[in-house]
Write a protein that binds this ligand. Sequence first.
Ligand code: FMN
Length: 337
Amino acid sequence: MIARLSSEVVDLRPHADALADVGRRAPSLHNAQPWAFRVGLETVDVLLDRSRLLPVADPDTRQAHLGLGAAVFLLRLKLSTMDYAVRVQPWPDRDAPDLVARLTATGRRSAPDSERRLLAAVSARRTIRTPFAGQDVPVPLRVAWREDAEAEGAGLRWVEGPGERIGVAALVAAAERLQQRDPAYLAELDRWTAPERIAEGLGVPPSTFGVTGTAGHSAVFPMRDFAGGLETDRPRHVGPVEEHPVVAVLQTGGDRAEDWLRGGQALMRLLLAAAADGYAASYLNQPLELPGLRQQLRDELRLDGWPQMILRLGRPAGALPPQAPRRPVADVLLPPA
Ligand SMILES: Cc1cc2nc3c(=O)[nH]c(=O)nc-3n(C[C@H](O)[C@H](O)[C@H](O)COP(=O)(O)O)c2cc1C
């Protein structure tokens, strides 16, 4: 560790584009990217962009805050690998509820190699909805990713027992069926997969839909069908997902906005660790969007905490699918206050 002079003046403003470029790579529900960033002399603010909320799938903004938390982790990592010590203050100004977090560069320290390894994985990380190669994640990696989640104040519960796997798969399937019959849900999904949205650098493009859930052979742990059911003329990719997906639940002790923000940071840390190890994730979150089924999932797994994400993890097979788009840096960067 090389501590430099504490009197050194910090000025992050020349790095504003580079910081926003990393922050905007966070995952978000339907790739809605509900964030804006503001870079000051020694601070980076992360703000909620309310025009990008999803009232049907995410009425309480829980998932939007998970995405914001993921962006906070990426910005922490970027600042840290620029050799700054970083302090994160959630909701630093009670009169500004949409100012979700302020990161402050508090001095100098050298970043550990482990953080540089995570930063190097940012551009390869993506949600992969096509079948994974092989059917297992070695125990040392499972342990390491659980510890990553725990280091961020969250938990990772592997879904391993045969009985509980059947139970969770049934809840995912039930949620997927209910959602695919809900016109408001389908209309929202349609808006966030529409070509105009994709052209703006938002939403989930058909090239990343992967294996759809309601058709084909993937009735066990069905993934979200982004094509919106069988009656669609959108391009779709029907086929079997792996037979025994590796599934884990990310959970937090509480279920308030600060817990969601913490959960998002844990999510990002473990996704990057997985990407650095050659693994990727997609999600089976459908039951978490229906309160009754979310409670049933807690009961099924006897969770002490609150499930925030259901992850399917594995090693991508073959060429990676294209990356989901992002809004241009200029669109997510606010002028300094
Ligand atoms: C809170 C949250 C919930 C998500 N839920 C799902 C989901 O249920 N199914 C899914 O396939 N992807 C889900 N995603 C992944 C997003 O669709 C994905 O992050 C986004 O399209 C951007 O793509 P990328 O992750 O490849 O960068 C979720 C992401 C977040 C942060």
